[in-house]
Design a protein. Sequence first.
Length: 376
Amino acid sequence: MKTSLNRRDWLKTALIRSAGLTMSGGLSLINCNSRRKQIPGTAKDNIILLDQNENPYGISPHAETAINDAIKYANRYPDDHSEELVELIAETEGFEKENIVLGAGATEIFRTAGLLYCTDGKEVVLADPSYFGFVNYTEKVNGRMVKVPLDGDFRHDLEAISGKVSRNTSMIYICNPNNPTGTIAKGADLSNFCIELSKQAPVFIDEAYHDFVEDPDYSSMTGLVKEGHDVIIARTFSKIHGFAGLRVGYAIAKKEIIDEFKRIRTNFASIGVLSLRAAIASYKDNVYTDSCRQKNREAKEYFYGILKGIGFDYIPSQTNFVLFPIDRDSEKFRDEILEKGIKVRPVSFQGNHYCRVSIGTMDDMKKTAETLKALN
């Protein structure tokens, strides 16, 4: 398992291996639906779940209180509560409420964008690999994907993506920071890209991991929406806020685009009252999200050190997960770790195998470190 390649040599090797592969080679996140696969005789609660990039610290105490207090509203439709959350986000981000639409997690935002821009052969240009959820949904609605390999540093190759945009392109998808690599496109480069390419097709920027980024070269693309460009920003409460099970997300875009989202969204009440009240409380609780961000930073740095010590290379991440290459089949590697009570995500693309590990608590990462050392 131990590798003698340094990062530069490994990157060169990965590029050589991927040369000549068609863009349809693509990303494989194996057994995506086996989220709760159990080890025989082992209780689910005893498995350390490091495969879905969840917040291991739960939700804000203020969000918990808000859920308890909102029980009395559970018999009512959530119109007013939705409006309150929209107004809060709009005020914080410097927009009008007409620029915001809510969804049951970013998943509903993806679904709506898919229906608008990806159905029945419409062409979407995106990086390869990128967020598998978006890829899977585009496939389900029979969208045509033009996949562009990442560059040698596992970042979006914006120049190459630009070269693939044509009159047939209905949307451009950019996951920034990117999942599963954890890398970013630099703010200035991405801004110039969006300004030019949005003249040809809407640019959808998935900012699910926006709250974890510390690289000063990063910037959100919300400012381009204010300038009137056809840019759509997707955000989620599932990560830093710990709302993976509560399902709250939102999009920011021009009023004309938001109106189209509202026209075909699932319904007017896709987010329940309890989730909405919790989201309002959590959005205001910067102390809690700052604490989660700091703990993530510390546990990630610890994990970097462990990987280095064992001999694994890794891709520096601006998120709450880390991707590193392995020298065996990623699914088998996942199963070996699962037998030890830890669930990670197998990833393969362009002929190479990787393991993606979500950053858990420090205790989670210490147990993972012990397991990786034992398997080495």
